[in-house]
Structures are given as structure tokens and as C-alpha cells.
Ligand binder design. Structure first.
Ligand SMILES: [Zn+2]
Length: 282
């Protein structure tokens, strides 16, 4: 009796295992469907990210599904492909698109995964940073802000840093929380995908209040009028949303140095126009 029960139990276990294996196998054909639930969505990205961060070990099947670009490793490029698929921009098995030809007049160099256009470090929707890049505001950026803060104070304006440096993974959490709240289309208009945030450069600062309620305030007007004197540009100007890829942000400044800041501001162009580059997720 006992032996019989044991046999039945192990038979059931074997069938169950086979069914599970079958299910998992069937879903293994589906690249990007890491958890094998028949869908490719944010949950799969979270699993891949947890794996990259070393917080979770994926099964063999999940690993195969997660290696979307089939290069034998699981890294951020796989997440990028899954995200592109979710957004409906391309199928999971499509090859990576060829990079756009360089715009004429712009010299684009990539050093250690960091893009410089005419010698200026650029991060936007087209150009990203490596995961491990950055460790705080650069000394020049910090000092330039202090100088600007002191000048503003003399004019009766109080400025402070509301968000300075943000690491890849800080941005990762921020971005995906927004995606979960508002959907990816909306999130992409106001929050950069991880690796695509200018805050990871250590050259960008949100001042006082990173929200549309800051627009039109005395502080916002002061920043627009004076930030170039301290080496900053308004990075996402009003009316340039289709060029920068982001909505107008009266609170977000980018350090480029005094000479360049004055030139760009005087030109009335946003950084993308000034450098002859685009900003969209490829
Ligand atoms: Zn910002």
C-alpha cells in the first residue's frame, strides 16, 4: 500500500514535471518572455534587471529567453530590445537597426561608451551612457552652481539643487515606476530611460522643484535669464520638445561651460539643434 502510494505520487510528480517542462519549453521559443507567461511585458524586464544586478538567478530556460540578442550574455542591451518590443517599435527577433549616419558638420566620437559631439558630452534619447558611468556631480558643475546660487541670492532669489547626479539604477527605478503609473508612452515624454538620463552625466541639475508648477515662477525666470553666465543652458526649452525629445523643463539645467552656454543661449537653439543631432529611441 505504502509502496503503491509512493509510485502514484512519483508518477504524478513525473507528469507534473513533464507538464511544467513542456510549458516552459513551449515558451522558450518566445524570446523576451522570461517568466514564460506567454506575454512580453515589464515583468520580464524586471526579471532580467534583477538577474543583471545579481539579485536573482534565472533558470536555463529563462536565461535563453532573456538573451534576446543572442550574444551569449544577458545585459542591458537585452533589456533595451525587450523595451523596444513592448513599445511596438520592433519585434523581439529583429536585428538591431543600423545607427543613423552622422549629421553633416557634427563630429561624433564614442569613447568608452560615452558620446561626444564636437567634443561635448551628449546624452539624450539617441545617445546613452554605460551602466557604470558617473559618481556624482562634477566638481565644475558643483562650483558653477554655487556661483549661480550666490548671484541669485544677491537678487533675492533662492535656488537649491533638487536633483543632481542620478545613477543608472536610480534612474532605472524612477523610470519604471513612471511607466507602471502612467504607461510607457507618457513616461517617455518626461522621464529618460536608464542610461539616457542627463542626470547620470554629473553635469545636469534640477533646481528647486522639478515639476511644471515651477514654470513661470520668479526663480524660473531668473534661471532662464542668468544661467548662461554661470555655464549652464536650459536643456529642454519651451517649443523644442520635438528636438530634445522631452517636454519643457524650466528647472533642468546642463553645465557646458560659460563660453558655450552663452553661444547656445544666444542662438536660441536647443543643444540638439546646435550640435546637429537628433534625440529619439532607436
Ligand atoms: Zn532633470
Amino acid at each position: 500500500m505504502k509502496k503503491g502510494m509512493k509510485l502514484i505520487t512519483s508518477a504524478v510528480a513525473a507528469v507534473t514535471a513533464a507538464v511544467i517542462a513542456g510549458t516552459v519549453c513551449a515558451s522558450a521559443a518566445s524570446l523576451g518572455d522570461v517568466n514564460g507567461d506567454g506575454k512580453i511585458n515589464v515583468t520580464d524586464i524586471i526579471l532580467v534587471a534583477a538577474h543583471i544586478k545579481g539579485k536573482r538567478v534565472l533558470s536555463k530556460t529563462a536565461t535563453a529567453a532573456a538573451d534576446v540578442n543572442g550574444d551569449g550574455k544577458i545585459d542591458v542591451s537585452d533589456i533595451t530590445k525587450i523595451a523596444a518590443h513592448i513599445k511596438g517599435k520592433r519585434n523581439i527577433s529583429d536585428p538591431d537597426p543600423e545607427p543613423d549616419p552622422e549629421p553633416t558638420g557634427s563630429v561624433i566620437e564614442v569613447k568608452n561608451g560615452v558620446t561626444y559631439v564636437n567634443g561635448i558630452l551628449v546624452v539624450n534619447k539617441s545617445y546613452s551612457l554605460p551602466e557604470n558611468y558617473g559618481n556624482g556631480l562634477t566638481a565644475e558643475t558643483q562650483q558653477a552652481f554655487y556661483n549661480m546660487q550666490a548671484a541669485a541670492w544677491n537678487d533675492g532669489i533662492s535656488l537649491w539643487i533638487c536633483s543632481g547626479f542620478r545613477s543608472y539604477w536610480t534612474q532605472y527605478n524612477l523610470y519604471w515606476n513612471y511607466v507602471n503609473r502612467d504607461g510607457q508612452w507618457a513616461a517617455d515624454t518626461y522621464s529618460a530611460r536608464p542610461g539616457h538620463s542627463e542626470h547620470q552625466t554629473g553635469l545636469a541639475i534640477d533646481i528647486n522643484n522639478a515639476s511644471t508648477s515651477f514654470n513661470g515662477t520668479r526663480e524660473a525666470k531668473w534661471i532662464a535669464a542668468h544661467c548662461a553666465d554661470y555655464g549652464f543652458i536650459l536643456r529642454y526649452p519651451y517649443g523644442k520638445e520635438d528636438k530634445t525629445g522631452f517636454m519643457y523643463e524650466s528647472w533642468h539645467v546642463r553645465y557646458v561651460g560659460k563660453d558655450l552656454a552663452k553661444k547656445i543661449t544666444k542662438s536660441g537653439l536647443c543643444l540638439e539643434e546646435y550640435l546637429g543631432i537628433d534625440s529619439y529611441y532607436h
